[in-house]
Design a binder for this molecule. Structure first.
Ligand code: SF4
Ligand code: SF4
Ligand code: SF4
Length: 308
């Protein structure tokens, strides 16, 4: 049995792979996307989350925090220096501070997920998301084995940023990959995610060449990569590699509230970065022309958002 950390389980998901699915959000990610929709999943350790609407302003968290992360004046929570000691969570009387991150044994988690088997039908199953599931490789592989032992269909939402050797272990265990290519321009990719593009594309090419069921997805952020050239490159890439599907996702402003909860209120990109319907339509048409056909999978919006 292998232990790992997740931020939550979401049931009845329609856009995280084929059919009706239950999605598990792994904690930990090697990337730092500026527009990250689940910032609470970036750190692989438990961390405090602030629900400001429940705060009664008692000041207990400010009194115990050794790093000065909580300030009652203007009720600011800034986690840059947070050591994740969890003292603030322990003293909070109202539940405004919550510990984000629960440890699970892989077999027990699979048992919990298998309770949803009656809902999965012919096509549904479990999707590993995050964060980046491969950031906890032993836990991800163990959970996939446990799911397979229970005859559950498996999907993985990945940014593709993992060691090349891990792909060989994933291929027989993952039935569907939802593969997010954050950008097709290497410079923009590195600048906006902190991670190089080349190894991600190498992994993607190998997965497609091995015959994996891959949906290539690209998140579109206004003022960053909402460009016809990018949409065309993504469609071409998916066609050349033989991916089964290709689709665009729209940047979601919901993450701004999450950044406040994790103590990074000044990083929010906001509504100004959301592409409008017309832009999404033009980019989708361009991508589909380059890909050679329309998208197969349903929905447009970014379905990986936990708690949406
Ligand atoms: S978990 Fe972070 S914010 Fe909370 S008391 Fe410890 S250092 Fe301060
Ligand atoms: S301890 Fe909880 S209720 Fe008290 S000020 Fe901090 S967050 Fe608010
Ligand atoms: S890869 Fe996903 S979880 Fe990781 S930083 Fe980017 S958007 Fe967030």
């Amino acid at each position: 049995m292998t232990r790992g950390i997740i931020t939550g389980i979401q049931r009845l998901c329609l856009h995280d792979g084929p059919g009706l699915r239950t999605t598990v959000f792994f904690k930990g990610c090697p990337m730092r996307c500026r527009w990250c929709h689940n910032p609470e999943t970036q750190s692989p350790r438990p961390q405090p989350l602030l629900h400001a609407d429940k705060c009664v302003g008692c000041g207990a968290c400010e009194a115990v925090c050794p790093e000065g992360c909580h300030r009652m004046e203007g009720r600011r929570f800034e986690s840059a220096r947070c050591s994740q000691c969890m003292r603030c969570v322990q003293v909070c009387p109202s539940g405004a501070l919550e510990a984000c991150g629960q440890f699970w044994e892989s077999a027990l988690l699979a048992d919990r997920l298998a309770r949803d088997l009656p809902f999965f039908g012919e096509t549904g199953g479990v999707t590993l998301s995050g964060g980046e599931p491969t950031f906890q490789p032993e836990f991800a592989l163990a959970l996939l084995d446990e799911l397979k032992a229970r005859k559950i269909d498996t999907a993985m939402e990945t940014c593709g940023a993992f060691p090349a050797a891990l792909l060989d272990a994933l291929l027989p265990r993952v039935d569907h990959f939802l593969w997010d290519v954050k950008d097709t321009d290497p410079e923009r990719h590195l600048k906006n995610t902190g991670y190089p593009l080349a190894p991600i594309l190498d992994n993607l090419a190998r997965a497609c060449a091995a015959g994996a069921d891959v949906c290539v997805r690209g998140i579109i952020v206004k003022g960053v990569n909402a460009l016809l050239e990018h949409a065309e490159k993504l469609g071409k890439l998916a066609r050349q590699l033989g991916a089964g599907d290709c689709r665009l996702l729209r940047f979601h402003p919901y993450y701004s509230a999450k950044l406040t909860s994790v103590g990074r209120p000044d990083e929010a990109m906001g509504q100004a970065y959301v592409p409008d319907d017309k832009t999404m339509e033009r980019l989708t048409r361009t991508m589909q022309n380059a890909f050679g056909r329309a998208c197969v999978s349903p929905g447009e919006s970014c379905s990986q958002i936990q708690g949406e």
